[in-house]
Ligand binder design. Structure first.
Ligand code: ZN
Length: 197
């Protein structure tokens, strides 16, 4: 399945909320399955319904241990990245916990081939419904908190490029070649990120 790329209006709209009864219908359950498969095929750690062209307030998240096997332990620790089992987030309401924003490179399946440094809250709380229409409260930190902020942004028509440090915008190719796994402060210095643009 193709992931909708930036420039399509569906990525810039506000997603429609679902009732519990709607969530339990076959079309929504099938949508969740399609989203799970599209996320795993990509592969990605999260996917929002607008990214497959559906303007509904549904996101799926999964960060598998196998995605981490080639990432150095120190990098995983600095990002607070730990495995997150598959789950579904519907009608989420996001609360950012106060604290210093954390900056890391972030990518998006709808901006294939690019990445940038994006400041995000270190800790968040999300109130939502799950795939059974049951209320859930998620307290998350580190990389999981970043994934939640990224996916919930999608449901509000916001992309990471709206929040990125614009001078850090990079092709994935250059990122892998030059910036991957280096301390973010070093990257910011070399890219002259403190220069007024
Ligand atoms: Zn995205």
């Amino acid at each position: 399945m193709d992931i909708v790329q930036v420039g399509e209006a569906v990525l810039r709209g506000k997603s429609k909320l679902l009732t519990r009864d709607e969530i339990l219908t076959p079309p929504i359950q099938e949508l969740i399955t399609r989203m799970r498969d599209a996320m795993r095929n990509a592969p990605g750690v999260g996917l929002a319904a607008p990214q497959i062209g559906v303007p509904l307030s549904v996101a799926v998240i999964e960060d598998k241990p196998e995605y981490m096997k080639d990432i150095p332990e120190a990098v995983l620790t600095s990002r607070g990245r730990r495995p997150v089992p598959f789950h579904v987030v519907i009608n989420p309401v996001l609360t950012l916990h106060p604290g210093t924003a954390v900056e890391f490179f972030e990518g998006c399946l709808s901006l294939a081939g690019f990445t940038a440094i994006v400041p995000r809250a270190q800790e968040v709380r999300v109130e939502c419904l799950d795939q059974h229409g049951e209320p859930q409260v998620i307290e998350a930190s580190g990389w999981y908190a970043r994934i939640l902020q990224h996916e919930i942004d999608h449901l509000n028509g916001t992309l990471y490029i709206d929040r990125m440090l614009s001078r850090s915008f990079s092709s994935v190719e250059n990122h892998v070649r030059k910036w991957k796994d280096r301390p973010i402060e070093e990257v910011k210095r070399e890219l002259n990120l403190d220069v007024e643009s």
